[in-house]
Design a protein around this ligand. Structure first.
Ligand code: BJW
Ligand code: ZN
Length: 259
């Protein structure tokens, strides 16, 4: 089959399917200017995950961890959704049985959805909200009480005192992000697993598919008889288990395959 035939086949599949789960990773935001994690230009090339993205790292040196997340907020805050986010947003607005589950913490799917909803004068249903499996760069939670909330401002990491603190109990706030060794929000994970098992198609975009439990979602679709389609310029850990692998970038391929 030529790449053009495969593209057309996937387009037909997505046109006829109703229940679609889209699983995205850092690659979907790469063309917006957000760095990925693995690979030659990835964040983990120059930053050690065990010093920055674990609860132990935060306990040891909250200033260092907040400094890193403040830097990342600055990068992501200057980025906009790309044609891939936009195509996915239009699909989830049109089809209430299509849902995005993202490993990304950049909020770009939600921004694209807001933009698409404005363009159609259609209020997005709460059910179109992307499932943020690994949390958000722009939310915090308290280390001392159950407080959580939005937090978009710059981070002053010059001293332990200047870091964000809880207005309710005074304890240190932390990024509301799922670090290595931490459990995902059980409700969000449960919802993603249910959608994956029920999906006619799981469309997997821009993830190396090595981080669990997210990487197992497409396998649930496959086990229950659904199709798995991958969009990625590179081969990944999922490729051998995917029914189709479209080699190309998210911003190039997604507008060509989504109805
Ligand atoms: C393009 C493109 C373009 C480029 N278009 N594509 C052994 C030891 C220790 C732990 C484990 C272990 N084995 C398994 C584990 C568990 C661990 C895990 O999976 N580790 C693996 C790495 C081995 N998982 C966890 O710890 C998870 N929790 C857990 O398991 O809990 C269990 C538990 C249960 C009950 C109680 C307690 C615990 C949590 C995982 C959290 C992951 N967090 C991170 C960082 C924090 C977020 C942040 O700071 O931003 O999330 S890790 C990092 O990887 C980030 C990402 O969301 C995640 C996935 O990465 P992603 O998105 O796939 O990015 P890349 O860079 O890997 O890939 C980019 C892809 O895009 C590439 O394929 C490119 O080709 C492609 N691309 N340009 C399309 N233009
Ligand atoms: Zn508190």
């Amino acid at each position: 089959m030529t790449p053009g035939d495969e593209l057309g086949e996937v387009r037909d599949l997505l046109k006829s399917a109703r229940r679609i789960l889209v699983l995205t990773g850092a690659g979907v935001s790469a063309e917006s200017g957000v760095p990925t994690f693995r690979g030659s230009d990835g964040l983990w090339k120059n930053h050690r995950p065990e010093l920055l993205a674990t609860p132990e790292a935060f306990h040891r040196d909250p200033r260092l961890v907040w400094e890193w997340y403040g830097w990342r907020r600055g990068i992501v805050g200057a980025c906009n959704p790309n044609a891939g986010h936009d195509a996915l947003a239009r699909t989830t607005l049109r089809n209430s049985d299509a849902r995005i589950a993202t490993q990304n913490v950049d909020g770009l799917h939600a921004s694209a959805l807001e933009k698409a909803a404005e363009a159609t004068v259609r209020e997005p249903l709460p059910s179109t909200r992307p499932l943020e499996l690994h949390g958000s760069l722009f939310r915090v939670r308290c280390t001392g009480c159950p407080v959580t909330g939005k937090h978009r401002g710059p981070i002053d990491a010059t001293s332990a005192h200047s870091l964000p603190h809880c207005s309710e109990c005074g304890a240190l706030l932390r990024p509301d992000i799922v670090w290595f060794g931490e459990a995902l929000d059980p409700q969000i994970l449960e919802e993603a697993m249910t959608l994956a098992a029920a999906a006619e198609v799981c469309l997997v975009v821009g993830t190396s598919s090595v981080v669990q439990p997210a990487a197992s979602l497409p396998r649930l679709t496959r086990q229950s008889g659904g199709r798995v389609v991958e969009v990625n310029p590179e081969e990944t850990s999922l490729t051998s288990a995917a029914h189709s692998s479209l080699r190309g970038t998210a911003a190039h391929i997604l507008p060509r395959i989504l109805p």
